[in-house]
Design a protein around this ligand. Structure first.
Ligand code: SF4
Ligand code: SF4
Length: 146
């Protein structure tokens, strides 16, 4: 027969737990905050941080490699009526930043370095405008918002 023994828990006095909680709050009140007052203050992102995709329509040859290599189907080729002897089909990538995971496959595969990423992260736009056409990809973020 199995004998069940009752394990006696040490008696806890609630008052000491309350004092411990108050001490923790008091200690944190004098600590430096881990957050910053964005956008007045900005944390350094580090040299290798990348987010925003840019495109040079002068260098793009319309090979569609960036579209093919994108794992999230974030790149779609678009017709753009631009005189560019290197791009006879006149097709250029557009990017949906809503699905892009910043894997940089497009940058690495591009044979002419026409598509590349930079450390710009402030691309806050409305929900329906995460899509950037080739001309918007060519501009700085401040000019796209206008
Ligand atoms: S960084 Fe990656 S996910 Fe984003 S568009 Fe390029 S290939 Fe697609
Ligand atoms: S951006 Fe580069 S990889 Fe994409 S279509 Fe143009 S040349 Fe090809």
């Amino acid at each position: 027969m199995i004998e069940i023994k009752e394990i006696k828990q040490p008696r806890r006095i609630p008052f000491f737990g309350m004092i411990g909680g108050m001490f923790t709050v008091f200690r944190h009140a004098f600590q430096k905050p881990v957050t910053v007052q964005y956008p007045e203050k900005r944390e350094d992102q580090g040299d290798r941080f990348r987010f925003r995709i840019y495109l040079s329509t002068d260098d793009c040859v319309g090979c569609t490699l960036c579209e093919q290599v994108c794992p999230n189907l974030s790149i779609t080729m678009m017709l753009l009526d631009k005189e560019n002897p290197r791009n006879k089909r006149k097709i250029y990538p557009s990017v949906n930043f809503g699905t892009c995971t910043v894997c940089r496959n497009c940058e690495e595969i591009c044979p002419t370095d026409a598509i590349y990423l930079k450390g710009v992260f402030e691309t806050s736009r409305t929900r329906n405008s995460f899509f950037y056409n080739p001309l918007e990809l060519e501009k700085n973020e401040e000019d796209v918002r206008r």
